[in-house]
Design a protein around this ligand. Structure first.
Ligand code: XCC
Ligand code: SF4
Length: 633
């Protein structure tokens, strides 16, 4: 297949796609082809089906065709309303995940399945939230802290607690714009209400409530998700692993862990280490149990246990095509319903576990947190018993994988930075070394590269092109989600990749012993990036928007990504998108996003589907911010 025809950056993925063709198995790329041209109105965001007088599709061109829906809504209203609803959906996904984790902490007990792994983090959060810890059992403290977190979703008064963590000038901007999120669920409900037929029609107002809701994700749901997962399952530290479909083992029981919430995957990891379960695997003739992660669940378990990464979003079908997967175990989000028909073509069991994500045709084994380990064991047993059904003639494991060093929580990064601190002069445990190399220009800046895969882009191509370009120009990259997995597969999260970096970044990598691209976890862990940027800004006495820092979503697709983009902007960090959002039908909304937002938040959107142009824009913007910062400091 010629390079230009390839749908994936990965030669081996292409071979699997050919295998699918040969075996008559349908994949997403077949369906993408069958989809033909997308609906132009939907693509531009000018289709409204909010009420039953419609659907109304108005013209994206001013002065031509229908200019208003039946109720009189303009393209500006319709586009902004649709965007706001995407933000609400994305925020609900991250936040509902966080709520479950907070519930798990509320049921944690010393002799139960869920325990407290990072007491220090719990105690410092207790202090931050003014919970009494004196002479109290750590589990009492945990339960009280969990209850406070659960109240963040629906409290009637006040604003979110984690907002306090932001730099002072940022908080002031939020206050003045009136976009400090109140309770998380309330912000989501407010959007659904304000975008109901006959409510808000003013586009700017919709963008503002959109940002407020998005902030309830970034500084609310996502941050609770990360912090509480760290307390329950441990704050990640650097560790080694491998990534890509080559991590699958022909002689072992292969289980794909796919989805998002670590409360399930942590228990599966525990179950797979149980001697009796391992014995059972040996009894069916397997040499062991091989867990391999996919999407954000993959990120959660690799960050904390080094579980190998099978791949990212676009490899969920490809993994099944290898013919060696005994079970795909999923919980919520980013799961293709096509896993039912595709697993039907092989011996693979497709097991859903969450009442929030039942999928037609899948085997549903509901995960019960009260009996977490038992539930997990019975799920793993299903996989083991399926080993005997594997069809030898259908087996093909692509022999590609790369070494990865990951596990870079903010704490882990600071610990690495301590290596260069002269403790006679400076205190340990701060971001000062990072601030220093940025000020000195050794590092030109930093980029957070995040998000999904999208068939509008060759699989992983934009992620990797942009990462390579940035590190070559001394911009350090932090990454999460499927972007992080793309980096890991391409070898960019290995320390060895420092050779691809510019001289400044290379020197930093050597001195502090890190890769040039730092895997910081799952998508809720973008809250780690917010924390790192915020701490650096505070250290330098500036706001987030003054730093030479950019956020990038080269291949985004989900509503969650829209929520993320908007909280990143509201947090003062520019966002570069490699896939056009469905807003192009309103010149006014586009102007707000790519221009006027800067006056309000200090950050704005840049959109270009060409990864090379997009990275050039990032480098320009980083230098522009540097020049302003240098003049100030
Ligand atoms: Fe999903 Fe989180 Fe996107 Fe990957 S990056 S496709 S949202 S798994 Ni979040
Ligand atoms: Fe049409 Fe207005 Fe109803 Fe939307 S809300 S479908 S624009 S009538």
């Amino acid at each position: 297949m010629s390079e230009t025809k390839m749908v994936s950056l990965d030669e081996m993925d292409e071979q699997l796609i050919q295998k699918a063709e040969a075996e008559g198995v349908e994949t997403m790329w077949d369906r993408k082809k069958a989809m033909k041209a997308p609906c132009g109105f939907g693509e531009k965001g000018v289709c409204c089906r909010i009420c039953a007088m419609g659907p109304c599709r108005v013209s994206p061109v001013e002065g031509k065709g229908a200019q208003r829906g039946i109720c009189g809504a303009t393209a500006d209203t319709i586009v902004a309303r649709n965007l706001a609803r995407m933000i609400a959906a994305g925020t609900s996904a991250h936040s509902d995940h966080a709520r479950d984790i907070a519930h798990v902490m509320h049921m944690a007990s010393r002799d139960g399945n869920y325990t407290i792994k990072d007491e220090r983090k719990l105690l410092s959060l207790a202090e931050e939230w003014e919970v009494n810890t004196e002479g109290r059992d750590i589990y009492d403290v945990a339960h009280e802290v969990a209850e406070i977190a659960l109240n963040e979703f629906g409290k009637p008064f006040g604003t979110l607690k984690f907002l306090e963590r932001a730099p002072e000038p940022r908080k002031k901007i939020w206050r003045e714009l009136d976009i400090e999120p109140r309770a998380i669920d309330r912000e989501i409900a407010t959007i659904m209400h304000s975008t109901h037929m006959g409510c808000t029609s003013d586009a700017e107002s919709l963008l503002k409530i959109g940002m407020r809701t998005a902030l309830a994700d970034g500084w609310g749901g996502s941050m609770i998700g990360t912090v509480f997962s760290d307390i329950l399952f441990g704050t990640p530290v650097p560790r080694e692993t491998e990534a890509n479909l080559g991590v699958l083992e022909e002689k072992q029981v292969n289980i794909i862990l796919h989805g998002h919430e670590p409360s399930l995957s942590e228990m599966i990891v525990m179950a797979a280490q149980d001697p009796q379960i391992i014995k059972l695997a040996e009894e069916v003739g397997a040499e062991g149990i091989n867990l391999a992660g996919m999407c954000c669940t993959g990120n959660e378990v690799t960050m904390r246990h080094g579980v190998k990464i099978a791949g990212n979003f676009f490899q969920q079908e490809l993994a099944v095509l290898t013919g060696v997967i005994e079970a795909v175990i999923v919980d919520v989000q980013c799961i293709f319903p096509s896993l039912t028909p595709i697993t039907d073509c092989y011996h693979t069991k497709f097991i859903t576990t969450s009442p929030k994500a039942k999928i037609t045709g899948a085997t549903h084994i509901e995960f019960n947190e009260e009996k977490a380990l038992e539930s997990a064991k019975s799920i793993v047993r299903e996989a083991i018993e399926n080993f005997k059904n594997r069809k030898k003639e259908k087996v093909f494991i692509p022999q590609t994988k790369n070494q990865a060093t990951l596990g870079y929580s903010v704490e882990a990064i600071i610990k690495q930075l301590d290596r260069v601190v002269n403790s006679n002069i400076d205190p340990q445990g701060t971001v000062k070394p990072l601030a220093d190399v940025i000020k000195a220009g050794v590092l030109r800046g930093a980029a957070g590269i995040v998000g999904c895969n999208n068939p509008k882009v060759k699989h992983d191509y934009s992620h990797i092109e942009i990462m390579k370009k940035l590190i070559a120009n001394d911009v350090i990259v932090v990454t999460t989600g499927c972007a992080a997995q793309a980096a890991a597969k391409a070898g960019l999260t290995s320390k060895d990749a420092a050779k691809l970096a510019g001289k400044g970044l290379q020197a930093v990598c050597e001195l502090v012993d890190i890769p040039p691209v730092l895997h910081m976890g799952s998508c809720v862990d973008i809250s780690r990036i917010l924390t790192l940027v915020g701490e650096t800004a505070k250290h330098m006495g500036v706001d987030n928007c003054d730093l030479p820092v950019v956020g990038v979503a080269p291949e985004w697709m989900s509503e969650k990504a829209v929520a993320i983009a908007n909280y990143v902007i509201a947090s003062g960090i520019d966002v570069f998108l490699g896939v056009e959002p469905p807003v192009m039908g309103s010149a006014a909304v586009v102007d707000m996003l790519t221009n006027k937002l800067e006056e309000m938040t200090g950050a704005k959107f840049f959109i270009d589907t060409d990864p090379h142009k997009l990275s050039a824009m990032m480098l320009d913007r980083i230098e522009e911010k540097r020049a302003k910062l240098e003049a100030r400091l």
